[in-house]
Design a protein around this ligand. Structure first.
Ligand code: PRP
Ligand code: URA
Length: 214
């Protein structure tokens, strides 16, 4: 199966998403404009991402009559950011779902091997009881997302959704091989990786563009 055939891959198609992605892809977009646009885009990406989570029935009363409504299961979801760039997505998700708890997994790609190195872990103690949204703008080789999802799985987390802005077919295939039951929600599926494992056409180094460190 190719990445674009996968039933576990949702690629957003929306004019506003396409418009904001074009701003992010443009090399001339200034860092502050990149950050702001990423923040706006994260609100749009929250829509299909949270749609992949389960809901529960709750009995409530409107001012007119009782009804069975739907609500997020409790404890509320945990939003896990793959540092650094993941914060650019998760900050927006926190605003649309302020009840969520937030975790951080620090990892960076070794510049020679492209293999992720884990340097920090901070997760809620009851994370096994929560649905988890794992967020990182970029899915390139898939190494970082796979390492993060594997860490969550080893802790016993069962419900995970991976959410990103730009995915490479190579990363989608690797992630699905490693975690076939975890859906990937992305704003774009790009063409391929270059020989340095950057996504083409991509948007460059997401962390550097958010924080102005490139
Ligand atoms: C980037 C990006 C992902 C990773 C994707 O992070 O934010 O975490 O690369 O690449 P992969 O799919 O090949 O693992 P980076 O390692 O540059 O760290 P940063 O967020 O601190 O800049
Ligand atoms: N990480 C990024 O930030 N960008 C890429 O294109 C690949 C990995």
């Amino acid at each position: 199966m190719t990445a674009s055939d996968s039933p576990r891959l949702i690629v957003m198609e929306h004019p506003l998403v396409a418009h904001k992605l074009s701003i992010l892809r443009d090399r001339n977009t200034a860092n502050h404009h990149f950050r702001q646009t990423l923040h706006e885009l994260s609100w749009l990406l929250a829509h299909p991402t949270f749609a992949a989570l389960g809901v529960r029935d709750v009995d409530i009363e409107t001012p007119l009559e009782p009804m069975t409504a739907q609500a997020m299961p409790t404890p509320y979801p945990c939003l896990v950011s793959i540092l650094r760039a993941g914060n650019g997505l998760i900050d927006g998700f926190m605003q649309v779902c302020p009840e969520a708890s937030v975790g951080h997994l620090g990892m960076y790609r070794d510049h020679d091997t492209m293999v992720p190195v884990s340097y920090y872990t901070s997760l809620p103690t009851d994370i096994v009881d929560r649905q988890v949204i794992l967020g990182d703008p970029m899915l390139a080789t898939g190494g970082s997302a796979i390492m993060a999802a594997t860490k969550l799985r080893e802790m016993g987390v069962s419900d995970i959704v991976f959410s990103c802005l730009v995915a490479a077919p190579e990363g989608v295939a690797a992630f699905h091989d490693a975690h076939p039951d975890i859906p990937i929600i992305t704003a774009a599926l790009d063409r391929e990786l270059n020989d340095k494992a950057y996504i083409l056409p991509g948007l460059g180094d997401a962390g550097d563009r958010i924080y102005g460190t490139g």
